[in-house]
Write a protein that binds this ligand. Structure first.
Ligand code: NAD
Length: 447
């Protein structure tokens, strides 16, 4: 087993504790055959506990750091285009603010529920701490199928949600951003709605259009940060750079930018997918052609020169880099045995279930963890927030340079911690992040 593909499964469990996540809610449909019900909050807690055990964190701090600071659930009435009123459920969960204002995206998806948002909010706390941004963690979401809503309905939904979470957000309180199925346009509506009550406040939200005090390069930043981490880690992971092969699940914001930027570096991207299907060309896909086709046709349907495969087959392709960039829980105990990648690069949040971590470690597959790999998005959001507060703008070149510096620094810290403690990169990332949050909590006199 390579030293970075370590299992941190505890040798003994304490009496009365269980490592099986217990969902406290109806769980979304499994994402693939063989997948156990996936509860992101339970998974984030288990990952936290492994690290907390190693660093000897006391029970009070463990309780504090596995529960939310504040949770809001709202019902949002929206006038639909046909005149009817539909009521949607929305959430904003604020996990921790020991290190600064809370930060985290807003997701629109039919599977959004309180536990998912809780888990994602906690991941934001660890992510911002790991890359040393002066933020805490939060997340939001609305349970809806945005593909079934018109632009007008999405605008009214976004404005309604903003009005309801207005009392708990703000530039020095909680700063939302885009996530799955939310866009720069929606962030513009959020900013406008908030500004109606508070005066012009661009720093209340990040990921805005560049024309509205957004950041040049923010759109690409999560994918770019992912590529920065791969570059920094390639040698340690035994990945030939740039002569590597990559497989990417998901072709939304994160997946498509990761694909484009890897291809630009000279990496051979052999397969990509969206929620419907995967597309393979063992000699390498022409990512620009693919992206243009998708933009024109609205999907990959009708693409030529590619072999159509399922998302499950895609995850089992032999490659150097397997990059899940879609949703959580896609690699689990049921399919981890089929993964034939050298390294899993977690561009999505929570794509690998904890039981899969142990199976993969035994099989020598390394994992670059989500709280490191996809931190480029919140890092660029931090640049945007700073600039909104200072009323100035950087050039994109500077954004990209600063981003690479921060991502490479974070990777080196995680690698060093993993080597020093002989633990996996995921647990090393958690130990590093938890230490920073605990230090801030103690310095503030909160524990
Ligand atoms: P997106 O909505 O832009 O794209 C999601 C992609 O995943 C789409 O191509 C969709 O077709 C695909 N998909 C959805 N369900 C799927 C399934 N069951 N199987 C395969 N593919 C599926 O979302 P995004 O912003 O690119 O976010 C992707 C992931 O990255 C999420 O986990 C998100 O939390 C995380 N993330 C995003 C950002 C950001 O800046 N956007 C930052 C950090 C982390």
């Amino acid at each position: 087993m390579p030293r970075h593909a370590r299992s941190d499964r505890p040798a003994k469990r304490q009496a009365g504790t269980s490592l099986t996540p217990r969902p406290s809610k109806p769980v979304p449909a499994p994402v693939s055959p063989g997948a156990a019900p996936y509860n992101l909050k339970a998974m984030a807690d288990l990952q936290f506990e492994r690290a907390a055990e190693l660093i000897g964190l006391n029970r009070e701090l463990r309780d504090l750091l596995t529960t939310s600071y504040r949770e809001i659930q709202v019902r949002i009435p929206v006038r639909m285009d046909d005149g009817a009123v539909r009521v949607f459920t929305g959430y904003r969960v604020q996990h921790n603010q020991a290190r600064g204002p809370m930060k985290g995206g807003i997701r629109y998806h039919p599977h959004v529920d309180l536990d998912e948002v809780r888990g994602l909010a906690a991941l934001m706390t660890w992510k911002t701490a790991l890359v040393e941004l002066p933020f805490g963690g939060a997340k939001g979401g609305v349970t809806c199928d945005p593909k079934a809503l018109s632009a007008g309905e999405l605008e009214r939904l976004t404005r309604g949600f903003t009005a309801m979470i207005d009392p708990v957000i703000g530039p020095f309180e909680d700063v939302p951003a885009p996530d799955v199925n939310t866009t720069a346009q929606m962030m513009a509506w959020l900013m406008d709605e908030y500004s109606r009550r508070h005066g012009h406040t661009p720093a209340v939200v990040t990921g805005k259009p560049v024309e509205l005090e957004g950041l040049p390069g923010r759109d690409a930043a999560t994918g770019r940060g992912c590529v920065d981490v791969i570059k920094a880690a390639a040698k340690d992971m035994g990945v030939p750079w740039p002569k590597a092969t990559a497989v990417i699940q998901g072709f939304g914001n994160v997946g498509s930018w990761t694909a484009k930027l890897l291809a630009a570096e000279g990496v051979t991207v052999i397969a990509v997918s969206d929620s419907r299907s995967g597309y393979l060309n063992r000699n390498g896909l022409d990512i620009e052609r693919l992206a243009q086709h998708r933009k024109r046709a609205g999907s990959f349907e009708g693409l030529t020169g590619v072999e159509r495969i399922s998302n499950e087959e895609l995850l089992a392709l032999p490659c150097d880099l397997l990059i899940p960039a879609a949703i959580e829980g896609v690699i689990h105990a049921g399919n981890a045995g089929q993964v034939r990648a050298r390294v899993i690069v977690e561009a999505a949040n929570g794509p690998t279930a904890l039981e899969a971590d142990d199976i993969l470690a035994k099989r020598g597959v390394s994992i670059l963890p989500d709280i490191l790999v996809n931190a480029g998005g919140v890092t660029a959001s931090y640049f945007e927030w700073v600039q909104n507060l200072q009323r100035l703008a950087w050039e994109e070149e500077r954004v990209n340079q600063e981003l690479e510096r921060i991502m490479a620094r974070a990777y080196r810290k995680v690698w060093a911690a993993a080597q020093a403690r002989r633990i996996s990169l995921r647990t090393a990332a958690y130990c590093t992040a938890i230490d920073k949050v605990v230090t801030a909590t103690r310095l503030r006199g909160l524990a």
